[in-house]
Design a protein around this ligand. Structure first.
Ligand code: PGA
Length: 250
């Protein structure tokens, strides 16, 4: 059985006290399951609370939703990898579609963040994915390639490459209730792996799927061996709902 990752992206939900309440309830509801890692991406201000609440659970890791590529300096409003790591973040999302499409993050900026995370000892989960118009125009692979290109150019050492994970999150599936079929997702996952392998990336890159994952479709998605896990927004927001999802699959 491949190890599975269940990643919760809370977006702009759950401040420190709500996050602590979630964690307390989640600890009551769940026990570690072999070969299964649970990742939490709370808002930056709640990272410390979540990391602290879960410190005794070795199956749980906590991360930032976004970081800056510089570790310090005159960057008002940004989150430093060093500071996030200091309060318990060992992971970061990079280039989530909301960063790219709402806040204008470029492919090059995402690549710099991946590189900076690796330098800071933080595991990057790089998000890629096409819009509906791009999918309908048959441009999915071209878009994903364009998003991966600067990362492949900037991250050149084998050790760093071996640590990068990718989440395929088609923009049209995020928060819409419309998920990619396991087969559609698997096609893109295969493409991502082949693309990186051609550029000399070592081993089998771990690729998660995200976009309207819920308790009703998790099993079918994870039955597809190309998926190494799921990245979940809306359905990860209640302890009960998330406990149900992480108990599925494998
Ligand atoms: P969703 O979000 O599960 O609410 O579609 C996924 C994500 O944005 O990571």
């Amino acid at each position: 059985m491949r190890p599975l990752i269940y990643a919760a992206n809370w977006k702009l939900h759950h401040g420190p006290s709500a996050a602590r309440e979630f964690a307390a309830r989640f600890l009551e509801l769940t026990k570690p399951i072999q070969d299964r890692e649970l990742w939490f991406f709370p808002p930056a201000i709640s990272i410390a609370s979540v990391a602290d609440a879960f410190r005794r659970r070795s199956d749980i890791r906590v991360g930032a939703q976004n970081v800056h590529w510089e570790l310090k300096g005159a960057f008002t409003g940004e989150l430093s990898l060093t500071h996030a790591a200091e309060v318990g973040a060992t992971l970061t999302l990079v280039g989530h579609s909301e960063r790219r499409h709402v806040f204008g993050e470029t492919d090059e900026q995402s690549a710099r963040k991946v590189k900076a995370a690796l330098g800071a000892g933080v595991t990057p989960l790089l998000c890629v994915g096409e819009t509906l118009a791009e999918r309908e125009a048959g441009r999915t692979e071209e878009v994903v390639r364009r998003q991966l290109d600067p990362v492949a150019a900037l991250v050149t050492d084998a050790a760093g490459r071996g640590k990068v994970l990718v989440a395929y999150e088609p923009v049209w599936a995020i928060g819409t209730g419309r998920n990619a079929t396991p087969c559609d997702a698997a096609d893109v996952h295969r493409f991502i792996r082949a693309y990186l392998a051609e550029r000399g990336w070592p081993g089998r890159v771990r690729v998660l799927y995200g976009g309207s994952v819920n308790a009703g479709n998790t099993l079918a998605l994870l039955a597809e061996p190309e998926l190494d896990g799921v990245l979940v927004g809306g359905a990860s927001l209640t302890a009960e709902g998330w406990a149900e999802i992480v108990g599925l699959g494998g």
